[in-house]
Design a protein around this ligand. Sequence first.
Ligand SMILES: *Cc1c(COP(=O)(O)O)cnc(C)c1O
Length: 384
Amino acid sequence: MNPYAWLEQSLATIHRADWYRSVQSIHGGAGATVVLTRSEVINFASNDYLGLAGDDRLIQAATTAIQNFGTGSTGSRLLSGHRELHGELETAIASLKQTEDALVFSSGYLANLGAITALVGKRDLILSDEYNHSSLKNGAILSGAAVIEYPHCNVAVLKSRLQEVRQSYRRCLIITDSVFSMDGDLCPLPTLLDIAEEFSCMLLVDEAHATGVLGKNGAGCVEHFGCTSQQLIQVGTLSKALGSLGGYVAGSQNLIDFLRNRAATWIYTTALSPGDTAAALEGIKIVKQEPTRRHRLWENINYLQNLIEHLPLKILPSESAIICFQVASAAEALKIGNYLKESGIFAPAIRPPTVPTSRIRISLMATHQPSHIEKLVEVLKDFG
Ligand SMILES: *Cc1c(COP(=O)(O)O)cnc(C)c1O
């Protein structure tokens, strides 16, 4: 029997459920409008919240770093891959986050895997929000700790589970997205911090969609809730609002020192490339120096929220640049996604297994013009 025959059957099952996915090419530069194969569309599918991925200053910083240091970093950080640029980037992240130190990983996904697997193991417990990002869920599985998923943002259930089982385990780690990536709502951070303290748990928040977007200085959800001084493990990415590639963990000196010694996804992988590192550093500089970008993003968020308030759409509650409306089925989501694309709007259908219920996901950028948002609303109205 052909040991690979199951692949074809499995793919057929994926097709039947309307869960099949494939890539599509974007031509030209990153921006609020992009060119797909057949046409130019307004881009509501990007995580480039501040429009920095196509910014000349980041492009220049990356180009200069490549010219000075080469394309590859040539080794892991602990061997031959570390450069002063990495240290500067880590200092800049720690300064933005107001933490003692930070550690840069090759992606946000690897930052979560590395941090979680280093912090807990077989004798420990993880409590994880059911809507957490894949990198948190897989980090939890990989760690070997006992994992309990609690209903989305349900602090009552979280607390009662801790009352039942906390004493059976050595260390305990609560993990959560800060802005939930497929819904756009926020975790109840102050309450989570109280619960973490009461039950002696560590708390890890993933600020992927909050950094550069939320908080007075763009530091994220932790700053938004005024929790900056609290002991926390903050994870994030350099590849969304910061316009580059890579991830990080920010926190106390002890936490970061420990991760440098124990996080396998940091120790045994090649250091972030000079170009990516320099672009991220420039991105953070701009986040700090140009709050007007963030203000423009929020003007766009508020503008869209006001315009769609009265449309007959099932809008999910959001306090971020991610705005979703629910649709009946995966097939329906695909149909609407295609209709939007044909109408000049790029907003993807998000289907199971990424989310429990299918939806159209819209993400806003600081560089969207009011006319872009008005066009989106017109098309949504027509469809309704
Ligand atoms: C995008 C994302 C990540 C992964 O970050 P990358 O740098 O793209 O690997 C992790 N967590 C959340 C919540 C995300 O949305």
